[in-house]
Design a protein around this ligand. Structure first.
Ligand code: TMP
Length: 218
């Protein structure tokens, strides 16, 4: 078995995680490591359909349980189709959001049963856990401002109901991430999303550098 690593990126909307996960992938490529860059929801063909359903403002009447199950369905398919095979082949997997998002968005912020979420996560991940998770933290005001700017076109098309949600919701999401990071300090690293992109890229790469020598035994 080769050496492998599973890294996830988390944070509120507009925190900059998507830029950073891409930059990290670019930094690692070319070091004789094969990187799979993926995301949730939407890391498989089925998942892309699920993502569209979840982010479509016409579906704002989705029940909380239906929403939770859609995220978990996306994850179950993603783990089996993409993440597990890649790790078994000794590749590194970088994922833009994973199960912490469900704990924080559906659990802490929407108040759904954390035990149920934990059980579903366990079932849908079939034993796969991130080795390292970056929470890209930034104040809600900054995140929302960036996200609205980025999604101007989507908003016109009536997409992405999440950016419209109340500020309190995003505050709860942010708080949830910081709480999770305190509870799992070995796995979760909080980095400063207000740094400029180049600085943050360096900070993140410095955390990953020690793994480049060996990774984790698959
Ligand atoms: P994105 O902003 O990373 O594209 O994610 C899409 C939205 O999906 C974002 O608002 C967070 C939300 N989400 C959840 O609510 N629960 C989850 O489990 C995941 C993976 C995402």
């Amino acid at each position: 078995m080769g050496c492998t690593l599973f890294i996830t990126f988390e944070g509120i909307e507009g925190c900059g995680k998507t830029t950073q996960v891409r930059r990290l992938a670019d930094n690692i490529k070319g070091m004789e490591i094969t990187v799979v860059l993926t995301l949730e929801p939407g890391g498989t063909r089925v998942g892309q359909d699920i993502r569209r359903m979840l982010l479509d403002s016409r579906n704002s009447n989705l029940t909380p349980l239906a929403e939770l199950l859609l995220y978990e369905a996306d994850r179950a398919q993603h783990v089996e189709e993409v993440i597990k095979p890649a790790l078994e082949e000794g590749k590194w997997v970088l994922c833009d959001r994973f199960f912490d998002s469900t704990m924080v968005y559906q659990g802490y912020a929407r108040g759904q049963d954390m035990t149920l979420i934990g059980d579903l996560n366990e079932k849908c991940c079939s034993g796969i856990l991130p080795d390292l998770t970056f929470v890209v933290d930034c104040p809600v005001q900054i995140g929302i401002k960036r996200a609205l700017k980025r999604n101007e076109v989507h908003m016109e098309e009536g997409q992405d109901r999440f950016e419209r949600e109340k500020r309190d919701f995003h505050e709860a999401v942010r708080k949830g991430y910081l709480k999770m990071a305190m509870e799992a300090p070995k796995r979760i690293v909080v980095v400063d999303g207000t740094l400029n992109k180049d600085e943050l890229e360096k900070v993140i790469f410095n955390y990953v550098r020690p793994f480049l020598a060996g990774g984790v035994e698959a």
